[in-house]
Design a protein around this ligand. Structure first.
Ligand code: DAH
Length: 332
């Protein structure tokens, strides 16, 4: 027998390394380790050997066999791992959860303005009152000293609701009805503000919205004077707009106040800007709510929150507030 162990192991190593699949590897292993393989051939030659030679040759054959087996086992494990990796890759499910950064929103600028107003007035001891958006003629007009024949009714451009007697139910045209509802429910001293939505038949343009927000103020107590009204307006304007801003009252007319005034705030260029209406609560209004005008007096005021937001943020079109363009709203 002419067994060259080193050459055989080298041949086997090459064949094993070149096997690219389990089948190829089995075939290669068979060529060396199988019944008709090289090692089997070599074994056959042992019979014809001298006993001492036979022993050495037998050991050599066994050593080669063990070495080739080890090579085959290693390659098999390698091919198995490769196949497994390929399979995993092919069957891969992408379970990645995409976590885009959460963008935090913020309150609409009208809501921000409203909350700031509430803060300022709550700081002065006021409570926040509410009333319904659909009102009756009594609360929206009559109790506020605006009888049916009164020309002021026309100036409110009321949106009526088709319910009951004609023009008896409406979307409130101002927040003043909350004055009446509050005075009906509680006795003086009363210090409230009433922010909320109001409605008029106005067509939307750069300075008007048919649905807008007002804030009403009402104080009823003993010995309340116009000086308290002027001081309160000045205090709130300074808290809201800044201490450099001045206020003034200008005589005006509202059926539910006597005397009545409009209040203005000063602008940087020295001009004045009208903000809202105010006055001393009309004795008739107090009487309508069961409050004795000889014992109590009060003041009231009302103005638009949307317009306030327009001024504060220097918008050039009030409709921006309701367009809901997020690119616009994000700026504030
Ligand atoms: N309600 C009035 C309006 O919408 C505003 C107003 C004026 C409210 C005078 C008042 C007030 O409380 O005293 O035009």
């Amino acid at each position: 027998m002419d067994l060259d162990p080193a050459a055989l192991v080298a041949d086997a190593a090459r064949a094993v390394a070149e096997s690219e699949s389990a089948d190829e590897l089995s075939a290669a292993a068979n060529r060396f380790l199988g019944k008709k393989g090289s090692l089997a051939d070599a074994k056959k030659g042992l019979g014809a050997m001298e006993p001492d030679q036979r022993k050495a040759a037998g050991q050599a054959i066994n050593a080669v066999k063990a070495e080739v087996e080890a090579l085959v086992d290693a390659r098999r494990a390698e091919l198995h791992a490769l196949a497994r990796a390929e399979q995993l890759e092919a069957e891969r499910l992408d379970l990645t959860e995409v976590h885009t950064e959460l963008r935090r929103g913020h309150l609409h600028l009208v809501t921000q303005a409203r909350y700031r107003l509430e803060d300022v007035f709550c700081g002065m001891g006021y409570k926040v009152a509410e009333g319904p958006e659909v009102e009756t003629a009594w609360y929206n007009f009559e109790a506020l000293n605006i009888p049916e024949w009164h020309p002021a009714r026309g100036s409110f451009d009321t949106i009526f609701v088709n319910m009951g007697e004609p023009e008896s139910v409406m979307l409130r045209s101002h927040t003043s009805p909350v004055q009446i509802r509050t005075m009906e429910q509680q006795k003086p001293p009363i210090y409230i503000i009433a922010p909320g939505r109001t409605f008029r038949t106005d067509t939307a343009d750069a300075t008007h919205l048919p649905a807008f927000n007002q804030i009403e103020g009402l104080v009823v107590d003993r010995g309340i004077t116009m000086g308290d009204l002027a001081g309160t307006i000045d205090e709130f304007v300074k808290a809201f707009f800044g201490h450099e801003v001045e206020t003034r009252l200008r005589p005006s007319y509202f059926p539910f106040t006597e005397p009545s005034a409009e209040f203005d705030i000063s602008r940087d260029d020295g001009s004045w800007l009208e903000l809202g209406g105010c006055g001393m609560v009309h004795p008739e209004v107090l009487r309508n709510c069961g409050i004795d005008p000889d014992e109590f007096s009060g003041f009231a005021f009302g103005f638009g929150i949307d317009r306030l937001a327009v001024m504060r943020y220097q918008l050039d079109d009030i409709r921006e507030l309701v367009n809901n363009d997020v690119r616009f709203l994000r700026q504030f």
